[in-house]
Design a protein around this ligand. Sequence first.
Ligand SMILES: *Cc1c(COP(=O)(O)O)cnc(C)c1O
Length: 373
Amino acid sequence: MIISTQPFLPPKDDYFSMLSQVWQNKILTNMGAFSMRLENELIKYLNVENASLLYVSSGTIALQLSIKALGLKGDIITTPYSFVATTSAIVWENCTPVFVDINPDTLNIDPSKIEQAITPNTCAIIATHLYGNPCDVEALEKIAKKNNLKLIYDGAHAFDVKINNRSIFSYGDVSICSLHATKIVHTAEGGFIVTKNEELFSKMCRMRNFGFSTNDDTISQVGINAKNSELHAALGLCNLQHIHSIFSGRKNLFQRYTEQLKSLPVQYPHRALGSTNNYAYYPVIFESEEQLLLIEKKLIEKKVYARRFFYPSLDKHLPYVQVNNNCKNAQEIIPKVLCLPLHNNLSIQDIDFISSIVKKTFTDFFQLKNKVS
Ligand SMILES: *Cc1c(COP(=O)(O)O)cnc(C)c1O
């Protein structure tokens, strides 16, 4: 059986030796030594030394803290093509998501459609770097500045992505990332927030810990428990030690797919110019949803489980969301996107096997039809 994603796990002994330090210190949480070290290593690794980074218990809480700390109220412009947490965080914080359509090439929110959706009620933009492909950060920044909107990036898929040699997390008022087990680098559960705004950072530090001031026991504002544990942080530190093999392994598999599938009449998201790829996902845009469904079925027959990340469009199926703008591109494209399995436990042979099923389905069912039409 081949599943779409599986976590990278460091050698057990590495992790266990860190755990024995935890047993010695008897500090399990509350920003202990491992959590602090993880924050510092992430800052260095991601090259965001001119910003501050906050380790929290999930990517979702990272989004919610950002919205709360920025004091957002009203409408937030966002993308219909993302994981549900991008939208649910907005609703959970009592704001209203306003969906703006995606660019059909990049699959990210289309900046040229944002201004027409701005009203006096709009307070912010939350954009997702879908599949780790950077949004048009220059255009978004311009729009946010001009219209006095806050800009939050959901970089849950974008660990280590750079654009023009600059970390993707250095853009926006705030950028968040997820360190969930399904993401490239993980701490089982976890996430982080990056911001250059020192005041906002201190506020989020307090909010992460029930509102307690960072140097005494006074409480100056409402907070929540968004801390993560030392056990999680230790796992993250172990994973960071293997980061180069995590990326090179994924890159090999990714390139093998591309090589194997190059003759097929399918499309891929266009990557932002000047950006690096972190090989987080292998999304394929098929010619039609029927084609995708047949391929998905043929894969399942061979016990290969690809996933339709993130179907259907967020403006269409959430009971707590009022349908607002008509996101035509999202409606048309999302049903045609299938993410092929990609994780560090797969081999080149697995990729060849998966590719052969996809190719065979094309020769058996679609090639002829293509030639005729
Ligand atoms: C995974 C994910 C999140 C949520 O992160 P968690 O750490 O699972 O809470 C948010 N946004 C996107 C786009 C994601 O893929």
